[in-house]
Design a protein around this ligand. Structure first.
Ligand code: F0G
Length: 375
């Protein structure tokens, strides 16, 4: 009989490196184990020799990296006997919360900024049966309200201020180290609420047996450092959209605005943890404009076959610029997290494209249309 190789999700895979035990009811959609895709065309566009990979976390069950954190947050909520969870979201957290709550038999309450999340993400929350509350405000207002309401109603917060979220998200770093056989030299990542960069840094740190101030769970006494996977950590580089770049301004941004709606956030909750990740790794934050984001979004799709949402293109966009200007040296091994799938936000891809051509349903017209593109 062949040995079963059925992958059962990241808690099963990394049980010995996660705060779960036999009493934790695991709520999983078989998340994690996402592809690390080598870029074959983009590096040559900037004329640099570099080994560059995309960790395509848009290939998680609900189409974003949030599933990594949500399997942990909802499993731990179930362990406590919670019946309901709540989050504020720019769309992906609400989609993931809705799906995992559905599976766990819980109610998900999701607060989203009215008119500012793509239809794909709204459809997910609705389809999975979440109670969707559109607020006349932005993500930061939603986050404040979630914290207030959780004091007065029996609901478990599943935003990344819940430390179990970052524990799940750290597993992406383990997967990268295992896939490459070492840590990358640079890890580039979009930054919104600043949870994911913090989660990655916890993961990379634990993978090489080091503690980090980004981990708040075990107060500096991490039980998972005994079995390192590698010997080094990458430099962490966090990129923000220019209209929503509090780390670059050095203060919260009052009215954040960007085409990358997923990171339209002015007051990141994991500010200190993300700052610690960048400081400890001797990395940096930088910003990219909406135009640069959309250019990379379209290059990833049209030159690499990787269709992501705009916020996800931010990592590759920043990395390409920093490679071009030499801040990331040629010859480096670079990984970029691509956080969410392009099918979440099809409107933006179609808006920017040439109108789709319509032809008569006969051979002459079809042949003419094809030949006009081949010459
Ligand atoms: N990329 C995507 C596609 C996201 O959805 C988010 C965050 C980020 C990047 C930034 O990650 O917040 O950990 O720094 N989305 C949250 C949401 C805020 O509600 O879906 P972060």
């Amino acid at each position: 009989m062949p040995k079963s190789t059925h992958y059962k999700g990241l808690i099963d895979r990394y049980r010995d490196r996660l705060p779960v035990d036999s009493a934790t009811p695991i709520v999983s959609l078989t998340e994690g184990d996402t592809p690390l895709i080598k870029l074959v065309n983009l590096p040559s566009l900037i004329g640099k020799s570099v080994e560059m990979y995309v960790k395509f976390d848009g290939q998680n069950p609900t189409g974003s990296f949030k599933d990594r954190g949500m399997t942990m947050a909802v499993s731990k909520a179930a362990e406590k006997g919670a019946k309901a969870i709540v989050c504020a979201s720019t769309g992906n957290t609400s989609a993931a919360a809705a799906a995992y709550a559905a599976r766990a038999g819980m109610t998900a309450f999701v607060l989203i900024p009215e008119g500012k999340i793509p239809m794909g993400k709204l459809a997910q929350a609705i389809a999975h049966g979440a109670v969707v509350l559109q607020i006349r405000g932005n993500f930061d207002d939603g986050m404040r309200l979630v914290k207030e309401v959780a004091e007065q109603a029996p609901v478990e917060i599943v935003n990344s201020i819940n430390p179990f979220r970052l524990q799940g998200q750290k597993t992406a770093a383990f997967e990268i180290v295992e896939a490459l056989g070492r840590a990358p030299d640079y890890h580039c990542i979009p930054v919104g609420n600043a949870g994911n960069i913090s989660g990655y840094w916890i993961g990379y740190s634990e993978a090489c047996g080091k503690n980090t101030a980004s981990c708040t769970l075990c107060n500096g006494d991490c039980p998972y450092l005994d079995n390192p996977l590698t010997t080094s950590r990458p430099v962490m580089v966090g990129y923000q959209a220019a209209g929503a770049a509090p780390f670059l301004r050095g203060a919260p941004v009052e009215a954040p605005e960007t085409v990358a709606t997923a990171i339209r956030i002015g007051n990141p909750q994991s500010w200190d943890l993300a700052q610690a990740a960048v400081d400890e790794s001797e990395g940096w934050f930088d910003e990219v404009t909406d135009e640069e984001i959309l250019t990379t979004h379209s290059l990833l799709a049209s030159r690499e076959g990787i269709f992501c949402e705009p916020a996800s293109a931010v990592s590759v966009c920043g990395a390409m610029r920093d490679l071009k200007n030499g801040k990331i040296p040629e010859g480096s091994l670079v990984t970029c997290t691509v956080t969410g799938h392009g099918l979440k936000d099809t409107a933006i891809a179609i808006e920017r494209a040439e109108p789709v051509k319509t032809v008569d349903a006969e051979l002459g017209s079809v042949k003419e249309a094809i030949l006009s593109h081949i010459s």
